[in-house]
Design a protein. Structure first.
Length: 117
């Protein structure tokens, strides 16, 4: 499992360190990326790198966003870009800002979105 992280300075701006763990696909299993923390302009490149690494081992990717605390347009852009190249399944919290922003952006129309309790 590979890990991609970006620094967050909790003391000054309240941002949480972003972490992206990649589990390569095996046989019929899709690759997986577990995201945690804030996905924003500062962490978008690491998020994109994690998705690219996952895509290198499988044609389908499951992205677990249940640990994501914030996602801005840079993170949404990364997800849209990945969705144009790979089959994405997004696991999101049942309710909350992450689920809402994905619906507003329309990602639920081009990917499979699963609500986790």
């Amino acid at each position: 499992m590979a890990e991609h992280t970006t620094p967050g300075d909790n003391a000054t701006d309240g941002a949480l360190e972003a972490r992206f763990d990649v589990v390569p696909g095996t046989g019929q299993q899709p690759a997986a990326v577990r995201a945690a923390g804030d996905i924003d302009l500062a962490s978008a490149a690491a998020f994109q790198a994690a998705l690219a690494e996952a895509a290198a081992s499988a044609d389908a990717i499951t992205v677990d966003l249940t640990g994501v605390t914030y996602c801005d347009s840079a993170g949404i852009h990364v997800l849209f870009t990945a969705a144009t190249h790979d089959r994405l399944t997004l696991i999101v919290p049942e309710a909350g800002p992450i689920s809402t922003i994905l619906t507003i952006a329309g990602l639920d129309k081009i990917t499979t979105v699963i609500a986790a309790p």
